[in-house]
Design a protein around this ligand. Structure first.
Ligand SMILES: Cc1cc2nc3c(=O)[nH]c(=O)nc-3n(C[C@H](O)[C@H](O)[C@H](O)COP(=O)(O)O)c2cc1C
Length: 164
């Protein structure tokens, strides 16, 4: 089972990227999680661009080759980060995310943080009829790792159910 992990934060020292690295270590048997680091290279989406630039081709190919997606993202301005929205815009017309199973979460500094970002992401993913798994921020602290493992198990279950 191949899972493409996407971090909504472009910061080098990102708590969401840390969460995805932890997910790689704690993935259930049979799940291979690859972190995609190409969002930063995508140009701003513009429907006038008819020939996909190389970073866009890379992004679309990475999504096509995966069984499911795992997103960990911060909330910026009560919404999802612009870079993540831009990446999704690049595949709305071409279908690589269409009906894909997508687990979404956030590494949060405290209770109530990050939820608006995930709600906005959920809404955007509705445009491609993605099957959402999870959707809650995981507060940094002693329970975060166990909650992440639960989310990964739920993701594995969703992929297995669809395959059967
Ligand atoms: C420009 C900016 C806007 C932000 N807006 C929000 C917000 O609306 N709500 C929130 O809970 N946190 C907000 N934050 C805090 C980030 O979501 C938080 O720092 C997050 O942990 C950053 O993720 P990262 O460590 O993966 O880079 C904002 C941070 C920045 C830099």
């Amino acid at each position: 089972m191949r899972v493409l992990a996407i971090c909504g934060s472009l910061q080098a020292e990102s708590t969401n990227l840390d969460l995805l690295r932890l997910a790689q270590k704690r993935a259930p048997a049979g799940m291979d999680i690859e972190i995609f680091d190409g969002l930063r290279h995508l140009p701003l989406f513009n429907p006038d661009i008819e020939t996909a630039p190389e970073p866009v081709k890379t992004w679309r190919a990475a999504l096509s080759a995966t069984d499911a997606v795992l997103v960990a993202t911060p909330e910026y301005g009560h919404s999802l980060p612009g870079g993540l929205k831009n990446a999704i815009d690049w595949v709305i017309g071409t279908g690589e995310l269409e009906r894909k199973i997508v687990a979404i979460t956030a590494s949060a500094a405290g209770e109530g943080r990050g939820l608006l970002g995930l709600e906005a992401l959920n809404g955007t993913l509705g445009a491609v009829s993605a099957r959402i798994v999870g959707g809650a921020p995981l507060v940094r602290g002693p329970r975060q790792e166990a909650q992440l493992v639960e989310l990964l198990d739920e993701l594995a279950q969703a992929v297995a159910t669809r395959a059967s």
